[in-house]
Design a protein around this ligand. Structure first.
Ligand SMILES: Cc1cc2nc3c(=O)[nH]c(=O)nc-3n(C[C@H](O)[C@H](O)[C@H](O)COP(=O)(O)OP(=O)(O)OC[C@H]3O[C@@H](n4cnc5c(N)ncnc54)[C@H](O)[C@@H]3O)c2cc1C
Length: 575
């Protein structure tokens, strides 16, 4: 098997071969040839047509569509068809097929899905859903160069399990079932990002199928290389580079506004600030796919850079009687650059104890306070030194416990207790409405101190949990989606919480993009010049709006309310 470096070369050849093949197909492909006359083909026949032109499968059986109608959000949208491609060429044919259907006036669109864990409804559609679950192969691993080439539907768990055999890892700590394509498209803020800087630090290049069915393989271009690319009209990629070069050159004001933001977040296409960099010496389209949520193209393959497997993590837990005690402490130890600092309102564990998930680590006096879990992945000596420095700083009013072989079960119980709390629906389902928001470190204590006012106004308990180093937090209101009042409360809560967050310089889309839900708030508040810039990027990539209409840029309240779930999510939602 050739090494990934060779693979890069192979890939280039493959892509151009694919391009040439695509051109040949486009010319005489069965999907656009004389074989089928769309006008006679009703939507019901389309799965059959798709099954004829792809290796994978297209389904419209109601029981199958039902299984793809929910994710972790408060929405339910049943697709009219689910397609499972097996190869990049399958994805190309599906996109080309749909874009030709659109040209013939058929109202349809494509939404791509990984494992369906999204909290913002961005992987849901009532049109054609493309599930990447079969494109889950590792194509090449080059241990020496610490590079791997994967299909975008591979899960984080499957990838890191295979990489561990080579002493390598993709250092992303997120839900193991998340797919690599979605970690890029959702720009997942993982708890290790404080140290490893998240997915954007590890993507070497990616391949995506564009709205015209052509394949884009991203790479860096210098000015001359970009000019050559734009002028080479035989090159299927030249169009998107030409259009994006124009958009970037004509959007100085919007780019300035985004660059001046206190923190980059996942709304819109903010990583567009990284397309042209180093004083215009580098031009690259990869950054646009971060937080794109499937609206710009379908990522089919990715080359990832890797890290050597770190030493076994070392952890200690500290219990504080108050939030201020906890926040002041984690402020002090952050310069020791732990891998992660998890913060929990101890009320979470009080609720978990009601379900029998009692935490034996700390005395009862910390039940009303905060718990911090500090994690290091340095080698044993360095970790030992840092741990001692941290323990010396623990105030007398707090208690700290180092993880040992004897008590490691208790440390694992912290996460299972959290899951017990998050899955508990005694008073209502704990909804993913206010997940992954950003609160700057210097405003965190204020934010926590005033939370009881918000709790009072929404008549719900809202214990906070999250990561101090990434400033990424969540809280889960318990609401009933199976009642009209519950659904109305969900919308009211979203608005109230967004207003509350702003008071503490927080950002609703700090840790995850807007999708279909947070978009209701974000679209209204976005600066019009910046919003227009995002629409220009969308139009440059997807002029017909084939990909995920209604996600990110144009939230539609009526459609939103129509698709609100009316029953609780089945199964373990927080696993
Ligand atoms: C228990 C739990 C814990 C979680 N923890 C975190 C966390 O710590 N941090 C965090 O940020 N999120 C977290 N999430 C949210 C969730 O994991 C992310 O939303 C993740 O991106 C979903 O992965 P997925 O493969 O299920 O993607 P999906 O939900 O299927 O898709 C997510 C988005 O990515 C797009 N997409 C998927 N594949 C592709 C592709 N190949 N090309 C282009 N676009 C694509 C979809 O269109 C959609 O917009 C958690 C979710 C759960 C349920």
């Amino acid at each position: 098997m050739p090494g990934v470096l060779q693979a890069r070369v192979v890939k280039l050849v493959y892509t151009y071969a694919l391009g040439a093949y695509a051109a040949r197909c486009a010319g005489s492909s069965p999907v656009s040839g004389t074989i089928y006359d769309y006008n006679k083909v009703g939507m019901s026949n389309i799965p059959k047509l798709l099954n004829q032109i792809i290796v994978g499968n297209a389904f419209d059986e109601p029981r199958i569509l039902e299984a793809y109608s929910c994710d972790r959000s408060i929405l339910k949208m049943r697709p009219e068809m689910v397609v499972l491609p097996e190869t990049t060429d399958d994805v190309r044919r599906i996109v080309r097929f749909v874009s030709q259907l659109r040209q013939r006036g058929t109202k349809t669109s494509l939404t791509v899905r990984g494992s369906g864990l999204d909290k913002t409804g961005a992987d849901l559609t009532d049109k054609i859903l493309v599930s990447m679950e079969r494109m889950n192969r590792i194509q090449e691993i080059d241990s020496r160069s610490k590079l791997v080439r994967v299909q975008a539907g591979i899960t984080l768990e499957k990838l890191n399990t295979a990489l561990s055999l080579h002493g390598l890892v993709l250092p992303i700590d997120a839900n193991p079932k998340e797919t690599i394509g979605s970690i890029i498209a959702n720009f997942t803020i993982d708890s290790y990002a404080g140290k490893y800087h998240g997915i954007s630090h590890y993507v070497d290049c990616l391949e995506a199928v564009m709205a015209d069915g052509n394949v884009l393989q991203t790479k860096n271009y210098n000015r001359r290389g970009l000019q050559r690319k734009i002028e080479d009209t035989d090159d299927p990629e030249s169009g998107i580079y030409n259009r994006m070069n124009d958009v970037i050159n004509n959007s100085e004001e919007a780019l300035t506004i985004i660059k001046e933001k206190p923190t980059l977040d996942a709304a819109g296409y903010q990583m567009a600030t990284q397309v042209e960099r180093d004083n215009s010496r580098v031009f690259e389209l990869t950054p646009l796919f971060y937080a794109s949520q499937g609206t710009l193209g379908i990522i089919t393959e990715v080359i990832l850079r890797l890290e050597p497997m770190p030493s076994k993590v070392t952890r200690f837990a500290a219990g504080f009687e108050t939030a201020s005690g906890a926040v002041k402490y984690v402020e002090k130890i952050s310069p020791l650059s732990p891998l992660a600092i998890e913060l929990y309102d101890a009320h979470i564990f009080e609720r978990a104890a009601e379900n029998g998930k009692e935490l034996g680590l700390f005395a009862k006096r910390y039940n009303k306070g905060y718990i911090a879990i500090v994690v290091f992945d340095d080698n044993r000596l360095v970790a030992r030194k840092k741990l001692n420095d941290c323990l010396k700083l623990v105030p007398d009013s707090a208690a700290a416990i180092l993880e040992t072989k004897e008590n490691t079960k208790e440390f694992s119980r912290i996460h299972t207790a959290l899951k017990s709390y998050l899955n508990d629906d005694t008073k209502g389902e704990r909804l993913y409405l206010a997940d992954d928001f950003y609160v700057p470190q210097h405003r965190l204590l204020d934010f926590i101190k005033h939370l009881p006012e918000l709790e009072e106004s929404v008549k719900r308990e809202l214990p906070l949990f999250g990561d101090y180093l990434t400033s990424n937090y969540s809280l889960r209101p318990d609401l009933n989606m199976n009642t009209i009042a519950g659904r109305q409360d969900a919308l009211k809560f979203l608005k109230k919480f967004a207003d509350y967050l702003v008071e503490y310089d927080g950002v609703l889309t700090g840790g995850s993009p807007e999708g279909r839900i947070k978009a209701l708030v974000v679209n209204q508040e976005e600066n019009p010049t910046v919003h227009q810039f995002y629409q220009d990027i969308k139009a440059a990539f997807d002029p017909e709006n084939i990909f995920s209409p209604g996600v990110k840029l144009e939230s539609d309240v009526k459609k939103f309310v129509k698709h609100l779930r009316t029953e609780v999510l089945q199964g373990i939602t927080e696993d």
